[in-house]
Design a protein around this ligand. Structure first.
Ligand code: PQS
Length: 395
């Protein structure tokens, strides 16, 4: 039996968060399982072991939280999510309710409206020529389509952004990044709590649909309120940064834009590859429910294990030339949306947004160029960008 190598790497310090990819080789190469001394937890960063842990939800549970904090020892900072921070059977019952709302048919119904919004937005940005791919595209597009789909109050929607930043910081330690985000989010948390109430959700939206499950006897009103909160927690900051990194991927690999323009049918694959290349959700934790042996090392029961999704998505053991963004690459098996029973509920929503924006842009944009230095925003879970100035050359 091997001991896990001890590493002096803090994956939540400013230097790591600013450039996680610089540190992934050290994590992957040290072993299949490592012990991170600064945060006193196990971690895995190779594709095979990350995927296996995600698949094995019975041994690697979510109900004790998917952050550093162990809900069996510490009170959670917010009431736990009934999806993300739950195990079967509760998880499966809640996920069943949500799967019926975020269905293929529902996604299909959104497409014409969301495509029109993408076209209008991209028209305006191409006219301007210079813009910020974070504020003007990455934020503007999801904010133009997603809150309406949920049926949220119009007033105060800007609160979604600081709220989500706090949620994703909350999966890390109580470091400076967390404190900074949390201080900014106090009002936002109150707005989100208000927006999740039945009387504040527009009839016909996905929020109201969750409460219809209460009328059907499928869940309690308290559960419905918590499920609506999941839409608000996970639905904006993720896609915002996914879209921004998709643009960054093309800026860093300009020939890929020419290839996409030559064959716009690659849009879907290009978005998927951008998620593999830069995974918005960099990490999260599981907790072992028993002693688990991984590649000859035993992780004891009740241990937090940090899974590096983004490192798995660039593991050279799994991907050829992993640092290269190649839009026609086979991306099947990437774990940017997770894997197994907790695999992202909103993945079809994210894909629709990415694909529709790319489609709108391939028709109108000949080239995308950097127009200034990108500015990072540090977050304990998300690879986030604050600003990405670009110039687009009209087609
Ligand atoms: C919720 C669901 C999902 C919620 C880590 C966390 C999340 C990806 C990685 C997330 C956050 C919140 N998604 O149900 O509240």
């Amino acid at each position: 039996m091997k001991e896990a190598p001890r590493l002096d790497i803090d994956p939540f310090d400013d230097q790591f968060l600013a450039d996680p990819y610089a540190h992934h080789d050290a994590l992957r190469d040290a072993g299949a399982v490592v012990w991170l001394e600064p945060i006193q937890t196990y971690a895995m960063a190779r594709h095979a072991e990350v995927a296996a842990a995600l698949r094995d939800h019975a041994s690697f549970c979510s109900g004790r939280g998917v952050g550093l904090s162990d809900f069996a020892r510490e009170a959670p900072w917010r009431p736990p999510s009934l999806l993300l921070e739950a195990d079967p059977p509760l998880h499966d019952r809640m996920r069943g309710i949500m799967n019926k709302i975020v269905s293929m048919a529902a996604i299909k119904a959104l497409r014409p409206v969301w495509a029109a919004r993408a076209g209008e937005l991209v028209d305006r940005l191409v006219d301007r020529r210079w813009f910020d791919a974070v504020a003007d595209l990455g934020e503007a597009y999801p904010m133009a389509v997603f809150p309406d789909t949920i049926g949220l109050p119009v007033e105060g929607r800007e609160n979604l952004l600081p709220y989500a930043a706090a949620v994703f910081n909350g999966f890390g330690p109580r470091n400076r990044v967390f404190d900074r985000g949390n201080a900014a989010a106090a009002d936002a948390m109150a707005w989100v709590a208000m927006a999740c109430r039945r009387e504040n959700l527009r009839p016909g939206g996905w929020g109201a649909a969750v409460y219809e499950a209460v009328d059907q006897g499928e869940c309690t009103p308290e559960e419905a309120e918590r499920l609506v909160r999941s839409f608000l927690s996970a639905g904006v900051d993720t896609t915002i940064n996914g879209i921004a990194h998709m643009i960054l991927a093309f800026i860093r690999h300009p020939a890929e834009w020419d290839r996409l323009r030559a064959d716009p049918s690659l849009a879907k694959r290009a978005f998927e590859e951008s998620l593999r290349w830069d995974s918005t959700v960099q990490t999260f934790f599981r907790t072992t429910t028993r002693d688990v042996e991984v590649a000859g090392t035993t992780i004891p029961a009740g241990a937090k294990v940090l899974l590096f999704l983004a490192a798995a998505n660039r593991d050279p053991r799994r991907w050829d030339n992993p640092d290269r963004f190649a839009i026609d690459r086979g991306t099947s098996g990437h774990v940017a949306f997770g894997y197994g029973i907790h695999q992202c509920l909103g993945q079809m929503v994210a894909r629709l947004e990415g694909e529709l924006l790319l489609e709108a842009m391939t028709r109108r944009v000949a080239a995308i160029r950097p127009a200034g230095e990108p500015r990072r925003r540090l977050n304990n879970t998300l690879h986030a960008i604050d600003s990405l100035p670009v110039e687009v050359v009209p087609a």
